[in-house]
Structures are given as structure tokens and as C-alpha cells.
Design a protein around this ligand. Structure first.
Ligand SMILES: Cc1cc2nc3c(=O)[nH]c(=O)nc-3n(C[C@H](O)[C@H](O)[C@H](O)COP(=O)(O)OP(=O)(O)OC[C@H]3O[C@@H](n4cnc5c(N)ncnc54)[C@H](O)[C@@H]3O)c2cc1C
Length: 453
């Protein structure tokens, strides 16, 4: 079996590794000059950083975790979570702690939350409707209302309820209280896994393992067209043609529609064009003078700044390679491609304003580096499901081509979900051909994924 995989993010790499171990001939085509996609790592001022805050969550299925442990050995560290969440005008520890919440939250807010737990409410099937009725208006207003606008660029009323179902694990005050008091059995919310050399070490190790098992990973090589035929798929790149027995695509599903001949019907293309991805600018600020804070991340849901999260990568790990006198902070700023945040020529004022608006210590700023990512969050605007269904149905009947991964299924998924999809896809590729029934069952499992933050 000649397998061609589009994209060398975690889903493409996990598939390449597993398929190569099973003896398939694997070629990975990656458009950019590095592996890892959104989960890649790189260096800023001599410090390894990620694309925003990345953790491997304890919710990772045990067989995947075992494979990653074998790949990374002691470098995969178990770390306590140590973040802070800004609620109103103050910070509380995140994950939440009961004693601290009672002490730190304003009395009016605590009274509001208590009142909301006893007053039953019904809402429509929007993000706002579901969370207002589940969490109550007080918590919704304080945390999710402004956060939705920042993250997805839409008021909660215009976001489909799927976003709440897939993204908000504790969706009632009782569930929050149970989590705060008892924690979850696998340590979710309390610990996380993180490699000594940054999150990117995971994808780099997977790429090395895939190559060692025989896979060919071609960087700087975009797929330009796919023509499925009776016995295989002709894959074109600028370098020439590959003949694949099967193609796995992990690139955005609307982009896949633009590569395949014949493509979808005109009305499917029109609907697919309405599917939106939120972009993100990542600003890496180099701070001289030791660590900036003892925390791994500061979560900023409020409207006082467009920044949603600040992470300090050196605090995610214990590594002798991290210098003592310098640190890097990563500011995550969701936006639209082409808007004023995306096109800004300087971000120093935005960083300074964010810190002062959030009541955080200033930086001794030595340098700033910027990364712009066009496809970060699939946007679940009301009506998205209908637009996606047509495209997904079309993709499902393209012979010998299978789409999966975060962008490939327009799903707001974590790295471990992307890898789990890849494992299932390889398992469905049997000696007798593509096991459509196994894939249908796998897709039903993916639909139940809930995103961890
Ligand atoms: C800010 C942020 C924080 C996150 N935090 C976490 C976290 O803490 N924990 C967690 O588990 N997950 C987290 N995630 C999610 C995680 O990054 C993704 O789930 C994961 O990277 C998805 O993997 P993927 O392979 O499906 O897609 P991607 O990582 O997007 O990879 C897709 C690849 O396809 C390539 N490509 C695109 N078009 C083409 C083309 N035409 N030809 C060839 N190649 C192409 C891209 O260059 C890319 O390398 C976070 C994401 C973001 C944005």
C-alpha cells in the first residue's frame, strides 16, 4: 500500500508513524518548512516555545500515552498545573480551589452564583443559551460572554450550541463544584504532561520515529491536486506526480475540496466558503531579568484586552537548558486574517496595555517576535452544521481519500484527539482495502470528543 498523507501536524505524523510500522510505504507532504503544525515548537531568544499554551492532557487515551512515553522517556514530565484566571478585577488560581474561590470572589458574585443554582432556566440551543441555563447568568457573564467574542469573534447568541457541548466540560455550577472538590480521576485539571524541550518535542519525536520506520516526510511540498481513479489517486506537487493507493488528508476540509477533481457541486462549494476559521497572532515577548512569574499561564477572558492567554513556556517544564536570567512570554490574540490586529506593524503597545489592563507586572522587554496563524479555531457560527454536512458528505464519497484531524474535520480538537483519529484511520486501512464500517464507527467516537483547556 502506497499511502500519501497531506500535512505533518500531529494527526499526519501519528498516521505516518503507525502506517510505516505496519509496513506501508508512506509519503508525507507538508507545505511548511517544519513538522508539527499547530503543535510545533521553535526557539525564541534561545528558549523553546510553542504556538501558544500547549499541554498534553491526562485525558490522552492510555495506549497513546504509553506510545509517547516510550518515544520520549523521562523527557515527558508530569507537571502540576499552576495557572491563574482573571475573574472581574482579580485573579483566582486555575484550576479552581474551593477555599480560594470563597475568599477571593466578590460577595455579590458568589451570591449571584448561589442564586443561579436554584433558579431553573431554559435557553435556546446557542452557546449563550446553553451556558446561561446551565452555568447561570452570573458565571456566563463573568467568564464566557466576553471570552466568546474574543476567541471566535461572535457574541454567544450567534454561536451554535455545539461549541458549548464540545468545549465546556463543567457546564453547571454543580459540575464545577464537584471538579473543584474531588478533581477528576485521571488528574485532568490538576496535572499535565509536557516534554523537557517544549511541546514540539512530541511531534519531532514522532517524525523521527516515522522516518526510522521508513516514512518519507517532504517539507516545503504542498499538494496541488488530487485525481482519484479506479485503482489509485494521482497526487500532484510542484515536484511531480505520486501514485497513491490511498490518501489521508489533514489539511482544512475546504482546502481539500479545492484540490480534488472532480470537486463538489457548486452549492456545496458555496456553503463551504461560508465556513470560517479564526486566525491568531502570537506575540513572543523576551523579558530580561529572570522569570516574569511563577505561573504557567494567565487566562484573560475579560474585555479589557484582546489577549486571551499569556503563557510562560519555561514554567511548563524543568529544563537546565532554560536560561536563568531571561524568559519569554507568549501572548495569544485571536483575530481575523487582514484585520487591524493581523496587519499591525508593531505589538509592543498591545502587550504593554494588556499587562497594565489586567493588573500584571510590566516587562523588561528585550525583543518581540511575531507569528501569524491563519487557521486556528473552526468557528461554529449558527448554521455551520448545515454548511459542513454537505462538504463532509462529499468528502466521504471521494474514493480512496480520507479526511481527519482538527482542520480536516473542522473540529475544535486537542492534540491527543488528532492522534487518536490518525490511529483509527490507519486501523481502517486493511489488507482487504478501506474498512468503511470501522471508519464510520470511529467518526461516531470523534463526535463525542470534548476539548480540554
Ligand atoms: C493556541 C492553541 C493552543 C492549543 N493548546 C492545546 C493544548 O494545550 N493541548 C492540546 O492537546 N491541543 C492544543 N491545541 C490544539 C492542537 O494544536 C491541535 O489539536 C493539533 O495541532 C491538531 O493537529 P492536526 O495534525 O490535526 O492539525 P495541524 O496541527 O493544524 O496540522 C496540519 C498541517 O497541515 C499542513 N498543511 C496545510 N495545508 C497543506 C497543504 N495544502 N499541503 C500540505 N500540507 C498542508 C499545515 O502546514 C500543518 O502542518 C491548541 C491549539 C491552539 C491554536
Amino acid at each position: 500500500m502506497e499511502l500519501v498523507i497531506l500535512g505533518a501536524g500531529p494527526s499526519g505524523l501519528a498516521a505516518a508513524w503507525r502506517a510505516a510500522l505496519r509496513g506501508m510505504r508512506v509519503t508525507v507532504l507538508e507545505r511548511s518548512d517544519h513538522v508539527g503544525g499547530l503543535s510545533a515548537g521553535f526557539e525564541v531568544a534561545g528558549i523553546r516555545v510553542d504556538h501558544g499554551s500547549h499541554r498534553l492532557h491526562p485525558a490522552t487515551p492510555s495506549h497513546l500515552l504509553a506510545d509517547l512515553r516510550e518515544l520520549l522517556g523521562d523527557d515527558l514530565q508530569v507537571r502540576p498545573r499552576n495557572g491563574r484566571l482573571r475573574v472581574g478585577d482579580r485573579f483566582v488560581g486555575f484550576p479552581l480551589r474551593p477555599g480560594e474561590l470563597a475568599r477571593r470572589l466578590p460577595l455579590r458574585m458568589l451570591a449571584g452564583i448561589a442564586r443561579d443554582t436554584v433558579v431553573p432556566r431554559r435557553g435556546d440551543d446557542s452557546f449563550a443559551g446553553l451556558l446561561r441555563s446551565g452555568l447561570g447568568p452570573t458565571l456566563y457573564r463573568a467568564l464566557y460572554e466576553p471570552y466568546a467574542v474574543k476567541l471566535w469573534g461572535l457574541p454567544g447568541e450567534e454561536i451554535d450550541g455545539d461549541q458549548a457541548r464540545k468545549r465546556v466540560t463543567a457546564d453547571s455550577p454543580w459540575k464545577i463544584a464537584r471538579r473543584v472538590l474531588r478533581g477528576s480521576p485521571n488528574g485532568q485539571g490538576k496535572i499535565f504532561y509536557y516534554p523537557r524541550r517544549g511541546f514540539g518535542q512530541i511531534v519531532e519525536a514522532m517524525a523521527d520515529a516515522a522516518v526510522a520506520a521508513g516514512a518519507d516526510i517532504r517539507l516545503g511540498t504542498a499538494c496541488e491536486s488530487l485525481v482519484p481513479g479506479p485503482s489509485g489517486v494521482a497526487v500532484r506537487t510542484a515536484e511531480g506526480r505520486l501514485d497513491a493507493g490511498h490518501v489521508f488528508s489533514t489539511i482544512p476540509m475546504p482546502a481539500l475540496a479545492g484540490l480534488v477533481t472532480p470537486g463538489p457541486a457548486a452549492e456545496v462549494v458555496r456553503a463551504a466558503r461560508r465556513l470560517e476559521f479564526r486566525a491568531m497572532v502570537l506575540v513572543y515577548a523576551v523579558h530580561e531579568g529572570g522569570r516574569w512569574s511563577p505561573y504557567d499561564a494567565h487566562y484573560l477572558p475579560g474585555p479589557e484586552t484582546p489577549v486571551t492567554r499569556i503563557s510562560e513556556p519555561a514554567n511548563y517544564r524543568v529544563s537546565a537548558a532554560d536560561p536563568a536570567g531571561r524568559t519569554v512570554l507568549c501572548f495569544e490574540i485571536p483575530c481575523q486574517v487582514g484585520d487591524p490586529v493581523w496587519t499591525a506593524s508593531s505589538y509592543e503597545d498591545l502587550v504593554t496595555d494588556c499587562l497594565s489592563a489586567a493588573g500584571l507586572p510590566p516587562l523588561r522587554l528585550a525583543a518581540v517576535e511575531v507569528r501569524r496563524l491563519p487557521h486556528v479555531y473552526p468557528v461554529y457560527r449558527t448554521g455551520y452544521a448545515g454548511q459542513l454536512a454537505g462538504l463532509d458528505a462529499w468528502a466521504g464519497q471521494v474514493p480512496r481519500v480520507t479526511t481527519f484531524g482538527r482542520l480536516g474535520l473542522f473540529a475544535h480538537d486537542n492534540t491527543h484527539h488528532a492522534m487518536a483519529m490518525a490511529y483509527d484511520a490507519v486501523d481502517a486501512l486493511t489488507e482487504r482495502g478501506w474498512d468503511a464500517a470501522a471508519w464510520t464507527a470511529a467518526r461516531a467516537r470523534f463526535a463525542a470528543h470534548v476539548v480540554e483547556d
